[in-house]
Design a protein around this ligand. Structure first.
Ligand SMILES: [Zn+2]
Length: 88
């Protein structure tokens, strides 16, 4: 018997193991009413896929976007929420 077989298992990650990036879940902030800043809104209707690609307001490129109509539950203002996505 060698000392290697008697050695305790090492704690932690073995040397040279690859760092694997695990997916994380990020909840996207709710859209707000531009009038009263409330996030309380009705369900969406008139969801449309919009053609085209470009740069979203946050300066990130996108190749898909969808617009959805919603109504503020607090003041009744109707607004269009646009979701920008960049997917393969
Ligand atoms: Zn409002």
């Amino acid at each position: 018997m060698t000392t290697a077989t008697l050695s305790k298992p090492k704690l932690g990650r073995p040397k040279g193991s690859k760092t694997i990036k695990q997916p994380v879940i990020v909840r996207i902030a709710k859209s707000r009413c531009p009038v009263c800043l409330s996030t309380d809104r009705s369900g969406y209707w008139d969801v449309r896929t919009r053609p085209g690609s470009g740069k979203a307001p946050d300066d990130m490129p996108y190749n898909k976007s969808r617009s959805k109509q919603t109504r503020c539950r607090k003041c009744g203002q109707v607004r269009t929420d646009v979701i920008y996505e960049n997917s393969f």
